[in-house]
Design a binder for this molecule. Structure first.
Ligand code: HXC
Ligand code: NAP
Length: 213
């Protein structure tokens, strides 16, 4: 098998609705494209609606799938709840939540303001918690089964890493959340996984993490 071959069979996600936070760029956009190719409806969310609309139009044209852009800052629980409501209004149900939205920058920790540290924790850990809690409660209340939460961590969630300490701290929290709810909410037939990509030269990551002398 060639590594460029697609991993899943055609139409493997037919009839599924997937929400991808931070789906307007980078890895979220790439995963959205593949989900659309496999037949899923995909909702992409982030703070920048213009960017989301451009991505949705581009991916719909490239794949023939249905991609709905919805503005939502994952740091605010009320925005997550109204995003979920929009998803249900448009598609009737949601099957999968992909917690991909993130913030990060490289900095000696002693130079960070308290607000800078909080900003990363709020997007990565609180944002993942907000979406997971809202979607999980919805699935429990509606008795929907066979649902999936996929979280994105990094290899330093296990090891820690200097100079990206807020991100390392938040991603370790996301890993603990994933493992904890994989057990606690298994009784509701929710599946929790996390993936930890190595370095990918996305604009978002490289603009903020590549060392510039
Ligand atoms: C130190 C910084 C900073 C920097 C911002 N701040 N950038 N401090 N170094 N480079 C401080 C600000 O001074 C402010 O603190 C606080 O952080 C909030 O900044 P804002 O600009 O007001 O925040 P906001 O507009 O909400 O933007 C969030 C952001 C931004 C995280 C700062 O970069 C962003 O929007 N990022 C989203 C995309 C992203 O980061 N993608 C990369 C993911 S890569 P004060 O005290 O001044 O108010 C990734 C890969 C990991 O996760 C693995 C690689 C191997
Ligand atoms: P990216 O393109 O910058 O993606 C991050 C996305 O998060 C953006 O689309 C951004 O959109 C969104 N976002 C940021 N703050 C948000 C908020 N408050 N509410 C909602 N959305 C928000 O970077 P990427 O490299 O593709 O990263 C995607 C995921 O992969 C992240 O979880 C990252 O930690 C992880 N990862 C990346 C690498 C890598 O090397 N690239 C390695 C390991 C893990 P807006 O600005 O429009 O809000």
């Amino acid at each position: 098998m060639k590594f460029t071959n697609k991993m899943l069979r055609d139409n493997a996600l037919n009839g599924k609705t997937i929400v991808v936070t931070g789906g307007g760029s980078g890895l979220g956009k790439a995963m959205t494209k593949y989900f659309l190719e496999l037949g899923a409806n995909v909702v992409i969310t982030s703070r920048n609606l213009e960017k989301l609309e451009a991505t949705a139009s581009q991916l719909e044209a490239e794949t023939g799938g249905k991609c709905l852009p919805v503005q939502c800052d994952v740091r605010h629980y009320n925005q997550v709840e109204s995003m979920l409501e929009t998803v249900i209004t448009n598609f009737g149900k949601v099957d999968t939540l992909l917690n991909n939205a993130a913030g990060n920058f490289i900095s000696p920790t002693e130079r960070l303001s308290a607000n800078a540290f909080d900003t990363i924790i709020d997007i990565v850990l609180k944002g993942t918690k907000n979406c997971t809690l809202a979607f999980g409660k919805h699935w429990i209340n509606t008795k929907q089964t066979n649902t999936v939460v996929l979280n994105i961590v990094t290899t330093y969630a296990w090891t820690g890493s200097g100079y990206v300490v807020p991100s390392a701290t938040a991603k370790a929290g996301v890993l603990a959340l994933t493992r904890s709810l994989a057990v606690e909410w298994a009784k509701y037939s929710m599946r929790f996984n996390a993936i930890a990509p190595g370095p990918f030269p996305t604009k978002g990551a490289w603009n903020r993490l590549a060392w510039k002398s």
